[in-house]
Design a protein around this ligand. Structure first.
Ligand code: SAH
Length: 379
């Protein structure tokens, strides 16, 4: 049977992972069922991680048969998974037609963080990110976003409200989550929902390269935490590193962050800053960052040592430079954390996620060509 035929058969039925609580209630109403039945099934799916209707023992036989005929619980397929020496775990999850994305679990003494992807590839072309070299294929569906958490939770033996292995989720995998707004918001509402994974708003974080209008929209739509990938505090450098800055320069980005804080007075925003040797790690860069952060005293800076990947022109800053940069910020009373690099022995660190992208842009081909040229120069 061809792939095409398989897809046709499965799409006849509805994937319940595509619905948030309201969507599920509406779907059950269409089936002629009471809304509380939807909630009962939701608990089976997200609390007990059950994907087989037959095992949902408190759901009547007639309803189980109805569900069997009309829908399914369809998490993405694990093509490959691997653990790192430090306990980090990475999943390569198969999507349609040969695409694949990655999700990563990072255990720490007091928490376990799952890093989730939002798109197959990414169109933003941030110069220091390996996902960018792969180009872009498509947005993930809600089921494909929440399904990453479902697969990881099942593997880790996560029990919602009891034995939480995943205490935090960050939308920091492949893709720009705000360019897949509706599906990402629905998936995050399942992460937050008590009948879903039941995580507090502080523990679900969306990270964006700075899509200003969508930051505003997000603040009006759902209660989650915000991280902004800054990487430079002057427009010239930031535009070079994050081309989206040309469209939404720093002043506009910071204004939208200020509006976020005005709407959510007791929250903070994390500004991510990837440190690249000789590029954005000098004392003058720290000074520019301090100046920017002065207007946001409740916010914090998360320094990320650059993670290299084949073909990149950037290097990680020296440990000493990183320490000096952090000290300069701390001395100016900017709350600054240094993110430890985790899982880099399995290419699971920030910016190393690649998956498999059937590129619809020409970016992957261009990058490969550059790589080949580089290799032949070196030979
Ligand atoms: N598009 C979103 C989410 C994906 S990137 C965003 O830009 O925020 C998640 C984080 O990893 C971002 O802060 C990104 O800048 C950082 N990152 C990307 N490539 C990296 C690399 N090679 N080394 C370290 N951090 C990287």
């Amino acid at each position: 049977m061809s792939d095409q035929a398989v897809t046709t058969i499965t799409t006849d039925k509805v994937n319940l992972l595509d619905f948030d609580r309201q969507g599920l209630r509406d779907f059950f109403a269409q089936l002629g069922e009471k809304p509380y039945r939807a909630e009962q099934v939701m608990k089976w799916i997200y609390h007990r991680l059950e994907d087989n209707f037959e095992n949902m023992t408190d759901v009547g036989k007639a309803l189980r048969a109805k569900l069997e005929a009309s829908c399914y619980v369809g998490p993405p397929k694990t093509l490959f998974d691997k653990g790192a020496a430090d306990g980090t775990h990475k999943w390569l999850l198969g999507m349609d037609g040969g695409n694949a994305i990655e999700a990563v679990y990072i255990p720490e003494p007091t928490r376990g963080t799952l890093c989730v992807s939002s798109q197959v590839g990414c169109g933003l072309n941030c110069q220091f990110c390996s996902t960018a070299t792969q180009g872009f294929n498509r947005n993930l569906s809600t089921a494909e976003v929440i399904g990453q958490m479902w697969v990881a939770a099942k593997y880790l033996g996560n029990v919602t409200h009891q034995n939480r292995r995943i205490t935090n989720v960050v939308m920091m995998g492949m893709g720009e989550p705000l360019l897949n707004f509706d599906n990402v918001v629905k998936a995050m509402s399942l992460m937050r929902d008590d009948l879903g994974f039941g995580l507090a708003s502080k523990r679900v974080t969306l990270s964006t390269a700075g899509l200003v209008p969508m930051i505003d929209k997000l603040s009006e739509t759902i209660d989650v935490s915000l991280a902004v990938s800054l990487h430079a505090a002057n427009d010239e450098l930031r535009t070079e590193l994050v081309p989206l800055n040309k469209r939404y320069p720093i002043a506009e980005l910071m204004a939208s962050c200020q509006r976020w804080l005005d709407r959510k007075p007791r929250t903070s925003i994390t500004f991510e800053y990837t440190l690249m040797k000789g590029v954005n790690d000098q004392p003058e860069h720290a000074r520019q960052l301090i100046k920017l952060m002065r207007r946001m005293p409740t916010c914090k800076v998360n320094l990320i040592p650059f993670n290299p990947f084949p073909g990149t022109r950037f290097e990680r800053s020296d440990a000493e430079t990183i320490r000096a940069f952090q000290t300069q910020l701390l001395n100016a009373n900017v709350l600054t954390m240094l993110r430890r690099t985790r899982g880099d022995d399995i290419d699971a660190a920030c910016g190393q996620l690649k998956g498999q992208v059937l590129d619809r842009t020409r970016r992957q081909a261009e990058f490969r060509k550059r790589l080949d040229e580089g290799a032949s120069h070196a030979a």
